[in-house]
Design a protein. Structure first.
Length: 145
């Protein structure tokens, strides 16, 4: 039986799983998943900022680098492809550190967008443990300097 390689998850991260200092920006209209995620990570060393407005988030990303950017789809006020393009214009490194939270995979335009950008995603409702694991995987990537 062939087994495909997999990345470590949950307790397999060992000491790296908690106590890792990552700056995470979550772009989410409701803040629901952000609240659950904050509660799960507790005092782990992750700094989690919430932006309910994608345009506000873009201004933040111009001023500072985030180890991970989590974006809930659909995005209010700006189509996701425009938001992604704007993040690319700010910093390519920031764009390769994006994770999407998807409300409706049944929507053709959302599936097409996710296929085109090739970034990881989770479907709503999000399990905070899965989100934490994915944030760690993306956030612990080497920065291309």
């Amino acid at each position: 039986m062939l087994m495909e390689p997999r990345l470590p998850a949950g307790l397999e991260f060992g000491l790296e799983g908690f106590g890792v200092e990552l700056r995470v920006l979550v772009i989410e209209a409701t803040g629901y998943s952000t609240g659950q995620f904050r509660e799960y990570v507790g005092h782990s060393g992750m700094e989690i900022d919430l932006a309910r407005n994608p345009l506000q988030a873009l201004r933040r990303m111009k001023r500072q680098f985030y180890d991970v950017v989590v974006i809930e789809l659909p995005t209010p006020q700006i189509p996701p492809d425009d938001l992604f393009r704007d993040i690319l214009a700010i910093d390519l490194e920031q764009a390769v550190r994006i994770i999407f939270l998807v409300n409706d995979l049944g929507e053709t335009s959302t599936r097409k967008f996710l296929t085109e950008v090739g970034r990881p995603f989770l479907t709503q409702p999000v399990d905070p443990v899965e989100l934490h694991d994915l944030v760690l995987r993306v956030g612990l990537q080497e920065r291309a300097e």
